[in-house]
Ligand binder design. Structure first.
Ligand code: MN3
Length: 221
């Protein structure tokens, strides 16, 4: 998702109950319609009176956040991040059982982590160690090498020059209704509904991009 103002809430790409029993329909309805919806609304509200930024794509609002008027930076950082992160989160989930990605992402995961099982264990441990609200991500660097990173609140790995492949939301609103405080159980469930085909598409978009990066104005890692 990389449109510009006014942003719209994209429809869920499957039904609310498609991820049952791993993620329940009530959580999905609340998470997508209310939480994701609020980030879209609040981002539009923050930008409403600043037409100079209405043509900025979502990722630019994040990457070049420091170039916005100071009083707007925090609201845009939080809400543009909330929109970017939730758009990706709901896209990389799917019906249980669509496990493998037979292409380059599989090879890259096996090269970096030895196996899918080992990769999932690494991502799970990172997600468990994220203190408070945030995300654990699988990202690619500019050379197509994989790395697991975490971000706090609605932060993204974009300003660090990484290309997101997949992420897991560990805000309590993502799991509290069904799993209460048992984040580890939610993470085990998450891997049942992780759509590696969609993750593969994100990886392919990254490794086939001509220059390999669009982040010339950001800090180097
Ligand atoms: Mn969320």
């Amino acid at each position: 998702m990389d449109g510009h103002y006014p942003f719209e809430l994209p429809p869920l790409p499957y039904s609310y109950h498609a991820l049952e029993p791993y993620i329940d329909s009530e959580t999905m309805r609340l998470h997508h319609d209310k939480h994701f919806g609020a980030y879209v609304e609040n981002l539009n509200r923050a930008l409403e009176k600043l037409p100079a930024y209405h043509h900025w794509p979502l990722t630019r609002l994040i990457r070049e956040n420091g170039g916005l008027p100071f009083q707007l930076q925090t609201a845009v950082w939080n809400n543009a991040g909330g929109v970017y992160n939730h758009d990706l989160y709901f896209r990389i989930l799917g019906k249980p059982g669509e496990k493998s990605a037979p292409g380059p992402l599989s090879k890259a995961i096996e090269t970096a982590y030895g196996s899918f099982e080992n990769f999932e264990e690494h991502l799970k441990q990172s997600a468990l160690s994220q203190f408070g609200s945030g995300y654990a991500w699988l990202v690619s660097d500019r050379r197509g090498r994989l790395k697991i990173v975490t971000t706090l609140n609605q932060g993204t790995p974009l300003p660090r020059g990484f290309h997101p492949i997949l992420l897991v939301d560990v805000w309590e609103h993502a799991y509290y209704l069904r799993y209460r405080n048992r984040r580890a159980e939610y993470l085990d469930a998450f891997f049942h509904v992780l759509n590696y085909t969609e993750a593969e598409n994100n990886y392919l978009a990254c490794i086939t991009r001509p220059s390999g990066n669009k982040t010339t104005k950001t800090r180097s890692e």
